[in-house]
Design a protein around this ligand. Structure first.
Ligand SMILES: Cc1cc2nc3c(=O)[nH]c(=O)nc-3n(C[C@H](O)[C@H](O)[C@H](O)COP(=O)(O)O)c2cc1C
Length: 341
């Protein structure tokens, strides 16, 4: 079938929905580094139905966001219908149905990856969203078995028949959560079996080498980035520019991190923001050659003044040896460039 009906560019890089992370400030950091396609955090259909006010922050869309998908999770038919109707009052580029989340809080309600395993029921839920949503519909799934491609193929075929415009496949089973190898083979099999629907490959992309491997082994042009881009929004630029990519220096690292944290403060207020910003700051710092006292200082961040002291500390606590190590291992992910002058 013709490729013009695909939702994303052929070689699109998508930023994964990440619960507790991909709010507006997070997406802004990624946009600054070349990310075009992004999603909200996963929003629970029941919360959209009953606690719309509380979910409202998750539905925020920045003026500059030309593309934003809303991701919904749920298994109750009434809540899914209602969530689709609430979403219709906002502007999103598409509605994505989560059939891959393995966390107990979601599995307990029979939603996410748990629902994905009950293929017929998952398809009924998808159909409800399709019936009530005014947006293009997509789904994000996990492979359903590590040994047998058939269940994954059946789920994807059903979604395609119901009109899914794209399917993101995380190539790991529910039981392993986020660890271990990614099954490229099954992603490739689905892509070959369903040429009419755009398949997005997901799992384990952290740099140029893993990106090339993912594309080569699955045959997918479009790839979704998740943990590899946490604290490393430059990954978007790196994968777009390839060998020509110039990594950020410390100034740029601190600048992007600062804008991210300040954006969180505008959204959540200083106290709330600083509590949740610690994990974000940690992600920017980790694996980049900072001394251990910098990591230790993160847990004490409570105010913006603490944060500005922290930036000073980090600036003074970066190991020069990190740059030598990078020269020795040119394939290292999360690279930094020495500041000039
Ligand atoms: C902290 C965290 C939160 C996540 N939240 C979501 C979510 O809200 N919706 C979703 O579909 N997947 C979620 N995922 C899964 C990722 O989108 C992605 O499928 C997974 O991390 C595999 O990709 P990776 O190996 O590149 O990280 C989450 C993963 C992590 C680590």
């Amino acid at each position: 079938m013709e490729k013009t009906s695909f939702l994303y560019d052929e070689n699109a890089l998508l930023m994964a929905p990440l619960s507790g992370y991909t709010d507006l400030p997070y997406r802004r950091a990624a946009r600054r580094c070349g990310c075009r396609y992004a999603f909200t955090e996963m929003v629970d259909a029941a919360s959209l139905t009953y606690a719309r006010k509380r979910s409202e922050g998750m539905l925020l869309r920045g003026e500059e966001e030309s593309f934003l998908g809303l991701q919904i999770v749920g298994a109750n038919h009434d809540f899914l219908r209602c969530a689709a109707e609430v979403a219709n009052e906002y502007e999103f580029s598409l509605l994505d149905f989560n059939l891959g989340c393995p966390v107990p809080k979601v599995a307990k309600k029979g939603a996410g990856a748990e629902l994905g395993r009950r293929i017929d029921e998952a398809l009924r839920c998808f159909e409800i969203l399709k019936q009530y949503s005014r947006f293009p519909l997509t789904a994000k799934i996990r492979i359903l078995s590590a040994d047998d491609p058939e269940p994954t193929l059946r789920l994807c075929r059903g979604l395609a028949e119901l009109g899914a415009r794209a399917i993101t496949i995380h190539g790991r089973i529910k039981e392993v959560f986020y660890s271990g190898p990614v099954n490229f083979n099954f992603i490739r099999m689905v892509r070959e079996a369903l040429p009419q629907v755009q398949i997005i490959a997901n799992g384990g992309v952290t740099g140029l080498a893993s990106y090339s491997e993912m594309r080569r082994e699955t045959g997918c042009g479009a790839v979704m980035l998740a943990r590899g881009a946490m604290g490393n929004p430059w990954l978007f630029r790196e994968l777009q520019e390839g060998e020509a990519f110039v990594p950020p220096d410390l100034d740029e690292l601190f600048d992007v991190m600062q804008e991210h944290v300040h954006g969180m403060v505008s959204l959540y207020g200083e106290e709330g923001a600083m509590r949740i910003a610690r994990k974000v700051v940690y992600d920017y710092i980790r694996g980049r050659g900072f001394h251990s006292n910098v990591k230790a200082a993160i847990s004490a961040l409570s105010t913006l003044t603490d944060f500005s002291d922290f930036l000073q500390l980090a600036r003074n606590s970066h190991a020069e040896s990190y740059f030598r190590q990078q020269e020795q291992f040119p394939e290292m992910d999360r690279r930094l460039r020495p500041n000039i002058g």
